[in-house]
Design a protein around this ligand. Structure first.
Ligand SMILES: Nc1ncnc2c1ncn2[C@@H]1O[C@H](COP(=O)(O)OP(=O)(O)O)[C@@H](O)[C@H]1O
Ligand SMILES: [Mg+2]
Length: 646
């Protein structure tokens, strides 16, 4: 049975900032938490302010960009203004008796041309050539400043984006394991890809377009006003219509943009999971259900995208058509003024151009709005990650000392969810160098105990101490440096075998890495790989067997010098013969280290100093192998095969 859209989106697109007092915007119906809607004034303002923090570092470059923009705009306005004196002069040349009353600005332009000519009654064609030469010079200035502007803005935006990416990645590294429990990988990924890309586009294009649009708007207005105030008034009357229409559409499109990002997050989360889980999908013939679920999500994304793009896209045409009306009215009234009030033909020509151009920046700005909304929605998602609670050490966590490995758990109670206790009142101790084993059925809480030692999660009650110091008083980095863990789920990075083992201690020499590999019985199979230790592993070591991957993970722990070692089902996929073979190496690995071993093959835990039998989060039996057997309890049943371990 395929899941419903609501369910799917809930599962694949989680709230961005758990534990932050709920969603900042309107929660989606049925969605746990829900996306933080953009478009809400408070959030948007905050988001813009934070983005400005990134861009603001390049204040001086931005000032130059701004000056260049203004220069580009003014030169383009000036250039079109040069037409007025040319047409006026032509009109007078053709009709010497025409009565025209040039505006102050037209007079000024005329005077400038004449001063370049050195005379006020040069031939019309000489006048025109001079005017055109000035025009060319003005254009050249415009082109240069426009070039400078885009180049500088590019450097500002790329540097800002790079800093944003750095901060986001740095934050990801600081997030607790819990964050990744509750956020789909694909959704976290899409903050790095889509969301950052959207911000990139905004900084590169939308922002400059918008600002230069605004400058053009103001500049055009000033030029229009100095040409003719009556016509300017008529043009301005149409502005509320633009603003009202634009505002309504912008609001609609902003709403749909958040929806689009939300749906996109879900699609990405889904695809990511199906790609990583494709083998399982095939094994259980789930292709059809997957397709159906994907179609559900994809159709929703299509609808949301359609709406978002539609409202973003109709803005231009609507504005364009409104501006045609204002253009027509302007020409009509301008004609009347020409006949009655001495308005110059040059004035009308340039004014008509300006009035047409006047709506262009408005269009330009409104078209960029969709990009800006997408970017702001993206920025909110990026900042939501940055605002998520990081793993922090408390003030008193300053205890850095050479750790010997005396580990104690005192009445530890813990649940991943506060309301659902997983470990009940666990107390145990391990003296330095001792080997403690946990056995018990799947889900008993074995891995959970080890998750607490290196503080993947913090306990709700009780105390965990190392060498008598509460682990919450030890800086996390120092703590983890001293606990080598072979996780139940192996993970290998893209890179060589050598690099992967060296992950356990970055300053380990090649010899030490090889020694560790020998200890973990990985050496012989590594030597049989195509390039030995230089073989490049890709896709989480897809070209290795699960057992081989485990051996590499053990070698990684072996290369570390941590005094405390945790082996969580470290050899579960290794055959019994190999396991017996590595026993000797493992003994050497555990020598002088406090070791916690989790294994379901009881032969591996026999020689432990103490064995804890866990059941449903409680230690139900403890003792060494012989004592436990003599007890004839659960361990005895497990060992004699009366009960199978899951
Ligand atoms: N990240 C997690 N979030 C919530 N519950 C978890 C998480 N990991 C494990 N659990 C729950 O904690 C219990 C103990 O799991 P675990 O310690 O992994 O058992 P095991 O003994 O098999 O290693 C299980 O009931 C499991 O459902
Ligand atoms: Mg486990």
């Amino acid at each position: 049975m395929a899941r419903s859209l609501e369910e799917l989106q809930k599962q694949y697109r989680h709230a961005a900032a758990p534990g932050k007092g709920g969603p900042g915007g309107g929660p989606r119906p049925g969605g746990r938490g829900g996306v933080r809607m953009s478009g809400k004034p408070k959030n948007t303002r905050q988001t813009i302010a934070r983005l400005l923090g990134y861009v603001g570092k390049y204040k001086w470059r931005l000032v130059v960009v701004f000056i260049c923009m203004a220069l580009t705009t003014v030169t383009s306005l000036l250039a079109s203004y040069m037409l007025a004196p040319i047409i006026n002069r032509l009109t007078l040349a053709v009709m010497p008796e025409a009565t025209i009353d040039p505006s102050p600005l037209e007079r000024l332009a005329d005077r400038i041309i004449c001063s370049f000519l050195g005379t006020s009654d040069a031939d019309a064609w000489v006048y025109i050539v001079m005017a055109l030469s000035i025009l060319l010079a003005v254009y050249l200035i415009g082109v240069t400043s426009s070039y400078l502007q885009s180049k500088l803005m590019l450097s500002v935006s790329q540097n800002s984006i790079s800093a944003l990416r750095t901060d986001l990645f740095a934050k990801l590294q600081k997030l607790p394991v819990r964050y990744f429990d509750s956020n789909a990988t694909g959704d976290v990924m899409s903050r790095f890809t889509n969301d950052i890309d959207n911000i990139d586009v905004m900084l590169n294009n939308a922002l400059t377009s918008t600002v230069s649009g605004l400058i053009t708007l103001v500049g055009t207005f000033i030029f229009m006003l100095s040409t003719n105030w009556i016509l300017t008034l008529i043009t301005v009357i149409f502005i509320p219509i633009f603003a009202l229409g634009g505002g309504t559409i912008a609001k609609l499109s902003s709403k749909h943009y958040s929806g689009q990002q939300y749906a996109l997050g879900a699609v990405n989360g889904y695809v990511e999971e199906m790609v990583t889980g494709q083998k399982v999908v095939k094994v259980f013939n789930h292709e059809d259900v997957c397709q159906e679920e994907f179609d559900t999500l994809n159709n929703d994304l299509r609808d949301k995208q359609f709406k978002a793009q539609f409202f973003g896209g109709i803005m231009g045409p609507i504005m364009g058509n409104t501006s045609q009306i204002s253009y027509g009215v302007t020409i009509g009234v301008g004609g009347i003024l020409m006949c009655t009030a001495g308005f110059t033909p040059g004035g009308l020509t340039v004014f008509a151009g300006y009035s047409k151009q006047f709506s262009m920046p408005i269009n330009q700005i409104s078209q960029q709005m969709s990009t800006i909304f997408a970017a702001l929605a993206g920025a909110e998602r990026v900042f939501a990650v940055m605002d998520a609670d990081p793993e922090t050490d408390r003030e008193s966590a300053t205890q850095v000392f050479p750790i010997h490995g005396d580990v104690r758990l005192e009445n530890v109670t813990f649940g991943y969810d506060e309301n659902k206790t997983v470990l009940h009142d666990i107390s145990l101790y391990a003296h330095p160098g001792q080997k403690i084993a946990f056995v018990g059925s799947t889900g008993a809480g074995k891995t959970t105990i080890t998750n607490l030692l290196n503080r993947f999660y913090d306990i709700q009650e009780g105390r965990i101490t190392i060498d008598g110091v509460d682990i919450r008083d030890i800086p996390r980095s120092h703590l983890r440096e001293n606990i080598a863990v072979v996780l139940q789920d192996t993970h290998l990075f893209s890179g060589t075998v050598m690099e992967n083992i060296r992950y356990g201690r970055l300053d380990a020499t090649d010899e030490e890495v090889i020694e560790a590999a020998k200890l973990a019985s990985a050496h012989s199979f590594i030597m049989r790989l195509e390039n030995g230790y230089d073989t490049v592993l890709t896709g989480d070591g897809a070209n290795l067997s699960q057992g081989q991957r485990q051996l590499l993970n053990i070698a990684r722990a072996a290369v570390s010098k941590a005094p405390i070692l945790v082996l969580d089902e470290a050899t579960s996929s290794v055959d019994t013969r190999t396991e017996r073979h590595i026993e000797h190496g493992m003994d050497r690995l555990m020598k002088n280290r406090t070791t916690f071993v989790i294994a379901h093959r009881l032969s591996t835990v026999r020689n432990s100093n103490a064995i804890m039998v866990l059941e449903q989060g409680r230690i139900i039996e403890r003792g060494d192998h012989d004592e436990l057997l003599a007890m004839k309890g659960r361990y005895y049943q497990l060992y004699t095969g009366a009960i199978e371990l899951a």
